[in-house]
Design a protein around this ligand. Structure first.
Ligand SMILES: C[S@@+](CC[C@H](N)C(=O)[O-])C[C@H]1O[C@@H](n2cnc3c(N)ncnc32)[C@H](O)[C@@H]1O
Length: 290
């Protein structure tokens, strides 16, 4: 399977303006748009489409959305094979610091400060290398929450590489349940936990829904972190609330900034309220409290 990607390289002001236009033009589910700095004074806007469109069709839709402005822009269309996805995002990227955590590839092992909590993640078929704004947003939120208190029962829902589960496990030296609907991610999560010395703390489980008995067995959770997408996060709101302990905290990411209100409404309806929101590269991370 492949994902169509269209990339534009721009200056900062144009990138932000173009990203706004494209976010309005491509409603959630059709594509996801992000604008970010690639190097000093160089910006990119990336648009990832769903698997049903080709990169050329996505590029044509993008030109139409931008109108005459598209004429002067360099537009690259590409299709990312699933197997290349994480490897591509790791290419040439440096270790990612986020609060006390640093996520890095093995080639940078000797560059990690002694006082940091290093999380070594290799390119694989699971999402979560730390380079994405959503993962980084979650790590920053977790860093702050774990400074305030200890969370005994922790759930990483949609664990991917288990980068977040490993971060919590290493910071607290305590258990974390890491689940994913994708079987291969679960296997990679378990391997990563082991490789990072968190194998005894991280329990990686393949669970396609909250009807899996492990949630009732390990919960209710004092902390639930879910970096998924706005649509599933909205649908999961009642389940998340049901498995959250009294005075629990929830960290949500994977939503674009313009989707914040929609997601918040779903969680407010469950009695969960916003504590803090952080925006990185067009993505939002929300911390909610019961
Ligand atoms: C964006 S990745 C996040 C990975 C990692 N937690 C991070 O922050 O980098 C989302 C992950 O959630 C999984 N996922 C998607 N929908 C899910 C659901 N309803 N329940 C559990 N996992 C889900 C995907 O398979 C994928 O591995």
């Amino acid at each position: 399977m492949s994902t169509p990607l269209v990339r534009l390289r721009l200056d900062e002001a144009t990138a932000k303006r173009v990203a706004d236009v494209l976010e309005d033009a491509f409603p959630f589910g059709e594509a996801s748009v992000s604008a970010f700095e690639t190097a000093k004074d160089e910006w990119a806007v990336e648009v990832y489409g769903g698997p049903d469109a080709t990169a050329e069709e996505l590029a044509a839709a993008l030109r139409e959305a931008l109108g005459p402005e598209s004429a002067g822009l360099r537009i690259e269309a590409d299709a990312i094979e699933e197997a290349d996805w994480v490897a591509k995002s790791l290419e040439g990227l440096a270790p990612v610091p986020a609060g006390r955590f640093v996520v890095y590839g093995s080639h940078d092992r000797d560059k990690i400060p002694a006082d940091a909590i290093g999380i070594e993640i290799e390119a694989a078929l699971a999402f979560g290398t730390g380079h994405h704004g959503t993962t980084r947003g979650c790590l920053l939120a977790l860093d702050e929450l774990l400074t305030e208190r200890r969370f005994e029962r922790v759930l990483d829902l949609g664990a991917g590489t288990a980068v977040l589960a490993i971060a919590v496990a290493l910071a607290q030296r305590g258990p974390v349940l890491a689940t994913d609907i994708d079987e291969m991610s679960v296997q990679i999560a378990a391997e990563n936990a082991e490789a990072n010395g968190a194998g005894a703390f991280v329990e990686a489980v393949h669970a396609t829904g909250f009807d899996h008995p492990v949630f009732a067995e390990r919960g209710p959770f004092d902390l639930i972190v879910a970096n998924i997408l706005a649509g599933p996060l909205v649908e999961l709101a009642p389940d998340v609330k049901r498995h959250l302990a009294e005075d629990g905290r929830v960290v949500l990411s994977g939503l674009m900034t313009h989707e914040e209100e929609r997601v918040l409404d779903a969680y407010r309806a469950q009695g969960l309220n916003l504590v803090v929101a952080r925006q990185l590269e067009g993505w939002s991370t929300l911390v909610l409290a019961a």
